[in-house]
Design a protein around this ligand. Sequence first.
Ligand SMILES: [Zn+2]
Length: 92
Amino acid sequence: MTRAKDDLTGKKFGRLTVLHQTGKDHNRHIIWFCRCDCGRYFKARAGNLGANTNSCGCLRREKAARQAIKRNYRHGGQFATTGRDYIKVGPT
Ligand SMILES: [Zn+2]
């Protein structure tokens, strides 16, 4: 049985909203089915939520894109166009 304190349904971790439990991994960690603010669905282990999992991966991609823009800017490249190519989020 799931103890009440382990029930993450409806909780929010960064961009992820926990929808429901979807099973357990081989180590018996609970896997939660989450929805990201960007519209993607994502499965995450309870221990990772809020620790190193705060989005479906879009947060990391955006951070990387920002860093790429900064790098390009420093080198005087065309940061505006390359930056936009990196940021592709949302449902397709
Ligand atoms: Zn996302």
